[in-house]
Design a protein around this ligand. Structure first.
Ligand code: PLP
Length: 384
């Protein structure tokens, strides 16, 4: 079978140098990213301060609009931020935690910075309900649904868990949250660019993520989607002058909020990061996430079959419908084995309590999967 997505390989220089199976952590850099970064440098160098009026000031909105089809949301609903932590903090700053609806419900398999951030809101009266998962792979959906009640303000929920690539049942959580007046923040970082998303159809209240992984957009381009009808009613406490309706009036006193998405903006946009994110978004949008997903399921299945044959334990759901883009393989001395794989130019990563994470993306070949698994098997055999 010919794989038409492999025509993209030549656009990713790192693929010529190693077996790159780490797009759940840092997606490969598109060749065109260098062109966009050069464009930023040229604009700064040649246009100077005039560049603000020639695209720089609006770069948050225009970058968010490029992402909108990948997330399955309308244009004009996404603001850009440094990372997920900042986007989550802006959301949390829209709420009060000194009344009866002061609960934040989350599981221990959320990404740590989300846990750390909301823990910090205890000082403002937030009551954090921290649900323990039955294992390192799955969360307990009935327990999450039970914990969400009239006291719940927010439910931060990873669409795909970073530790196991488990796809959570976001629709069930959103339905329960809405039935009691609570709101859900979907962290779609481990999904965007590899698992098709229809965030608007899901009626998610918020979605956050970044560009470092499957979107091949590099660091510094976090995104925040807010449901348009909800966005009108929210007044973030963490704001800067870019969130003002008339920033260039430089008015003193309280802020007069801009319409969304600018009202969720802080200060000056991070122009070079947003330029560097563009090439990855364009490529992912051109291929289309459904085609990426179809290939991803095929290659992750191949990886899991080979891992099972070799007798390794897999910490990733077997069902296609519940598995994101990565496969986590638990081997003895996982950290040392991961280091040796990297030394042999098979680029993966390791997470304590989970195992070696490997992830094929649209630019990987079936032969690379076979090669990575044969190197892994070889290392494990010689360790025995
Ligand atoms: C699900 C998820 N959320 C958040 C993050 C990172 O958050 P931040 O953008 O704040 O670094 C990661 C990984 O880096 C992740 O996998």
């Amino acid at each position: 079978m010919t794989d038409s997505l492999l025509t993209w390989r030549k656009e990713f220089p790192i693929l010529e140098t190693c077996t790159y199976l780490v797009s759940h952590s840092l997606g490969a850099m598109p060749r065109k990213t260098a062109t966009y970064l050069q464009q930023f440098a040229d604009e700064w160098s040649r246009r100077g301060v005039r560049a603000w009026n020639e695209g720089w000031w609006d770069v948050g909105r225009t970058t968010g609009d490029l992402l909108a089809p990948v997330l399955g949301v309308q244009r004009g609903t996404i603001s850009m931020h440094q990372n997920v932590t900042v986007a989550m903090a802006i959301i949390a700053s829209c709420y009060r935690f000194d009344g009866p609806r002061n609960r934040i419900v989350m599981t221990d398999l959320e990404f740590p910075s989300n846990l750390y951030l909301f823990e910090g809101f205890r000082r403002y009266g937030a009551d954090i309900v921290h649900l323990k998962s039955p294992d390192a792979m799955r969360t307990d959906l009935p327990a999450i649904l039970d914990a969400i009640d009239e006291r719940t303000a927010l439910v931060p929920l990873s669409y795909v868990l970073f530790r196991s690539a488990y796809i959570q049942d976001a629709a069930a959580v959103i339905e329960k949250a809405h039935s009691v007046g609570a709101q859900v923040i979907l962290d779609v970082y481990q999904a965007a660019g590899t698992v098709p998303l229809e965030i608007e159809k899901l009626s998610a209240d918020f979605a956050v993520g970044g560009s470092v992984k499957w979107l091949c957009g590099g660091p510094g381009a976090g995104y925040l989607y807010v449901r348009p009808d909800l966005a009108k009613t929210l007044e973030p406490g963490i704001v800067g002058w870019a969130a003002h309706a008339h920033p260039f009036e430089f008015e003193a006193g309280a802020i007069d909020y801009a319409e969304a998405p600018e009202r969720f903006q802080s200060g000056t946009p991070n122009v070079p990061s947003l330029y560097s994110a563009r090439a990855g978004y364009e490529i992912v949008a051109e291929i289309g996430v459904p085609a990426i997903r179809e290939k991803s399921l095929r290659l992750t299945r191949r990886l899991m079959d080979l891992a099972t044959e070799a007798g390794f334990r897999i910490n990733t759901p077997d069902e296609d419908a519940r598995r994101g883009g990565a496969v986590i393989i638990d081997v003895p001395n996982g950290k040392a084995v991961a280091d040796e794989l990297i030394r042999r130019e098979v680029i993966i990563d390791y997470r304590p309590g989970a195992g070696i994470r490997m992830a094929p993306h649209f630019y990987n070949t079936a032969e690379e999967i076979d090669h990575a698994m044969s190197v892994l098997t070889d290392i494990c055999k010689s360790n025995r």
